[in-house]
Design a binder for this molecule. Structure first.
Ligand SMILES: *Cc1c(COP(=O)(O)O)cnc(C)c1O
Length: 388
């Protein structure tokens, strides 16, 4: 390999402000469970337009807690998309539920709502919920999904890990951000370094449902409460300030204050990062128009957050290899979940979700992150046009 600079598909941006925020927390009284958690939660809730936000250890913990709070357990059957990170499906299995998939739409690679409706109709009342994914940063039509879900009495847990700042336009014409709770019962986000907002590890759950919020708060920290008003042990009402009760089987899924300080600092630049992602996407869109690299374009009702910039190419393997030789580290999102060995052992097999499998065969995620310079973008464009 020559000494050409490598361009990864995603990368965090850390500023001096971020570093200062972390150092300030390191010097404070709290490394975990301090004031930065509530500050980050409030700022995030207002960013997406939700009533409540709960910071947790990572996006996977967010999925696990939300699924538990929504009541997933033995006998629960939940639908998700094959084109996602495995955690969107695994969270259901953690709770003892069963996962099923519905294929994606050929153009958007989002869950196909027509197929979903057909599946629910054919198997009335057999499903408890659905985990739609705003794949690549493109929001799912949750307004339509809500009306489908209501008809069949199922809940919606939106996996919005790719989509902080993305928005969907309602039929009435208002733009709803992913995670706003306008349509989903709960939404989750991740702050892994490749995502929009990086805190190292970290996650967030947003909801407008007070009961869900309280349940998740309890489960996030061992199922323990110190709220006197909620105590259940009638025989221990006279205990002192040391007393607490464990009322549910919860977990330690808390986010440390150090990471909340970093997340909060990053959140302040979220709009700036989004604007840069959209400018890069525009440059790519224009360059690839009419070429052999076919971008996935947003619809009129979708405001894309561009966690990923995906193009479809005929010969994905050779394009990938040639880009690699030129120092451009494209990626593939995702190997369809149902084709993972673990899921095959549950009975899924190649051919089960043909649109997802076809999508996987041709999809390539090009470098997309705010730190890319215009020169980097042009280097990627030339390489793709030469390689695809
Ligand atoms: C990143 C991601 C997750 C998991 O988040 P972690 O913070 O890494 O646990 C879940 N779903 C999707 C779609 C993701 O991209």
């Amino acid at each position: 390999m020559t000494s050409i600079r490598r361009i990864p598909y995603g990368r965090q941006t850390i500023t001096q402000e971020d570093i200062n925020a972390v150092v300030e927390t390191l010097r404070s009284d709290f490394l975990t469970q301090g004031p930065k958690i509530a500050e980050f939660e409030e700022a995030f809730a207002s960013y997406v337009g939700a009533k409540y936000a709960l910071a947790v250890a990572n996006g996977t913990a967010a999925l696990h807690l939300a699924a538990l709070a929504l009541g997933v357990g033995e006998g629960s059957r939940v639908i998700t998309t094959p084109i996602t990170f495995v955690a969107s499906a695994n969270c259901i299995l953690y709770c003892g539920g069963t996962v099923d998939f519905v294929d994606v739409n050929e153009k958007s690679a989002l869950l196909d709502l027509d197929l979903l409706e057909a599946k629910l109709e054919a198997s009335r009342h057999r499903y408890s919920g659905i985990v739609p994914v705003d794949f690549a940063g493109l929001p799912v039509d949750l307004e339509r999904l809500r009306s489908i879900a209501d008809r069949y009495g199922i809940w919606i847990l939106e996996d919005a890990c790719h989509a902080p700042g993305a928005a969907f336009r309602s039929k009435a014409g208002s733009w709803e951000r992913c995670g706003s709770g306008a349509w989903a019962d709960a939404s989750i986000f991740s702050f892994h370094p490749v995502k929009h907002i990086a805190s190292g590890e970290g996650g967030m759950i947003t909801t407008n449902n007070r009961a869900l919020f309280e349940k998740i708060s309890l489960l996030r920290t061992h199922g323990i409460t110190r709220d006197v008003a909620l105590y259940q042990n009638d025989d221990m009402t006279a205990e002192g300030a040391w007393y607490y009760e464990m009322q549910e089987l919860g977990f330690n899924y808390r986010m440390p204050d150090i990471l909340a300080a970093l997340g909060l600092s990053q959140l302040r630049r979220a709009e700036e990062g989004l604007a840069r992602r959209r400018a890069i996407a525009k440059r790519y869109d224009q360059a690839f128009a009419g070429s052999r690299a076919r971008p996935v374009l947003p619809g009129e009702s979708q405001l894309h957050a561009y966690h990923l910039y995906v193009v479809r190419v005929e010969n994905r393997r050779s394009t990938y290899e040639r880009l690699r030789e030129k120092g451009i580290l494209a990626q593939v999102h995702y190997v369809p979940v149902h084709l993972q060995p673990y899921y095959r052992r549950l009975g899924f097999k190649p051919g089960d979700f043909p649109v997802s499998e076809g999508y996987y065969a041709s999809a390539l995620s090009l470098p997309m992150f705010p730190g890319l310079s215009d020169e980097d973008v042009d280097r990627v464009i030339s390489a793709v046009l030469e390689s695809a």
